[in-house]
Ligand binder design. Sequence first.
Ligand SMILES: [Zn+2]
Length: 435
Amino acid sequence: MRKVLLAVIVLIVCVPIAFVLSRSATPAIDLPTSVSVIGQATPIAVHVRDPRGVRNLTAFVEQNGARYVVWELAKPSIEKDSTWNFTAGVKTTPQLRDGKAILMVEATSNDLLRKKSHVDHEVTVVTQPPTISVDSEQHYLYLGMADLATFNVAGSWNAAGVRVGDQKFRAWPMPGGKAGLFSMFAFAWNMPAGTIPQVFASNGAGNDVTSPLTVQFPKKEQPKYTVHDLQVSDAFMNKVVGELDPNGSGDLVARFVKINNEMRRANNKTLSDLRLKTADRFLFSQPFARQAHSQAEATFADLRNYIYQGKKIDQQVHLGYDLAVTQHVGVEASNDGRVVYAAPLGIYGNCIVVDHGYGLQTIYGHLSHIDVHEGDAVKRSQVMGQSGMTGMAGGDHVHFAMQLDGVQIDPKEWWDSHWIQDHIAKRVDLPGFQK
Ligand SMILES: [Zn+2]
């Protein structure tokens, strides 16, 4: 009888403890390692998971043997999965000095056992924003065109470049081991006049500084973009829709317009993202070459009205040159470089993109055949494939375009050795360049 009683008592006491133990959890803390620098007031987001929520959650910065609380949860939370945002930095912890420190987060589970967990990682405290000194050059801005600025950034920084409106162009160390930085930037075809390009530098700690370039925007000499009506025949519409939306159904015009908008946008994003596949040196030493013996059937930033059966069904801006020679002509690389794309790309058909370094790239569309592969080095005027009319093309031609850090620009300046001399080679080392 006693034994039974004892067993019952053991059951009554131990089962709930075992139950609590089995249910008790340790909070899982996720402190992003992307926070590597702490400045004035650096935003931090901590993600915590615990089936019972957290009783305490505290963030500390430890430096030179001292520990400072930078943030604390005001009251226990029963949320199982939560993200907490706070800032850490000199503003709230003035004792911090420039140099290494440890960022820590400690969490206590909200259940009976109050299990604790802890994460930490090393950070650098940077109390001063970087400083920028910009070249004293006058930069002449033209819609759709490029230029090059040189500047210096001092102090601690992890990102710098030229910002034009909402577009960013990376800074690179000056070639040839010279001191300072440079950035090739574009003033996009649709950038509002009066936008002042700014050199920027940031240190990842919320310190972002800018300094304007000295610019001129010659109003009278700006390119004038032309407007064209493009007659969409039934044959062209059927060709485009059949090739680019073969499994679709429904209204032909709606499908055509969808291709011309959604697919165009997606294809342009793919092109723009190739900015990250670039060499950190100039791969070319000569002016860019235009496809030999070619006629330009369309030029950069022409506005196209798409007319079908007398009605305007769409409007797009054409961000390149349509260069026609004869059918199946050899498509020539415009300059020395490296192939970073060689595959079908929607409205551009079979498409090649060649990188020339520092974010400068050339694009070749509508090929009937591609003879190069991603990674291939190509030489100026080397034949890379054959022209054709794949993608959104009504006749055999090469769609030739250029982009700088993902922003499409007018190639014509790059065909001009004087322009390259005055805007590039005069400002940075362009090895082997002769005007
Ligand atoms: Zn084109």
